[in-house]
Design a protein around this ligand. Sequence first.
Ligand code: DGT
Ligand code: MG
Ligand code: MG
Ligand code: MG
Ligand code: MG
Length: 268
Amino acid sequence: MAKSKYEYVRNFETDDTCLRNCYIVVRLDGRNFHKFADQHNFTKPNDDRALGLMSRSARSVMEDLEDIAIAYGQSDEFSFVFKKSTNWFKRRASKLMTHVASQFSSSYVFFWKEYFGEQPLLYPPGFDGRVVLYPSNRNLRDYLSWRQADCHINNLYNTAFWTLVQKGGLSKTQAEERLNGTLSGDKNEILFSEFNLNYNNECALHRKGTTLIWEKVDETSTKKITVPKEGEKEVTFTRTRRKVTAHYCDIIADSFWNEHPDILEEDC
Ligand code: DGT
Ligand code: MG
Ligand code: MG
Ligand code: MG
Ligand code: MG
């Protein structure tokens, strides 16, 4: 077919193919969620409805898009790790990132009511996205460790801050002053000695964030079948399915990676 005279405009498109042999990480972060959380009455410091909805939306991304080996989320962010070997959308960064961001955002709205019930969604939320490439397993693990350490630091601070305000009767300014310059150990100590709260016994989802991976799960179901001469009979089927499973554990140390050796590919 003859090309139109306008065809040349295609050449203005830039090549954004991701380098081969690298993990492609897409990280999304809620736009202005400080305000969004306030306006939708998120509980402080952690709102389980909001965290559940983030996780549900991330699962939809993993199920609907190809080649995501692991995802990690905390607060208003989620990181998706595409396999090193993925060739989805010819590894074009803009395609990968926009598909993740739009699937996530539409899922967040689609599943809102399931998590928030009577709390109406007041305006359409948005998420920004970025793409980062990691060439080695060490770099990828350090990236995920960085996000989990961020979760830990923020959650310990927020837990201490809101405990001082909600249970200690301090104003927000007083709580801020009290925590100014404190180290992790000091915050743990305040929680333990003044509020009898052992931070390590707090909810793992809040302390560690959410890790989603693919796992093989056996599913058993029963079915009624009709056998000639014998009549109706109940039989049990077991089939193995790949499912997205959620984990609220440490992903910084080796143990998680040793227990799930399929997530990472060989370094090349
Ligand atoms: P951004 O990302 O630059 O558009 O601005 P923000 O406001 O989204 O800032 P960010 O992403 O650094 O921080 C996340 C905000 O979301 C933070 O202000 C607290 C809020 N948030 C996230 N999860 C929860 C929650 O479970 N409960 C409450 N109350 N707030 C939350
Ligand atoms: Mg930000
Ligand atoms: Mg944000
Ligand atoms: Mg954030
Ligand atoms: Mg199209």
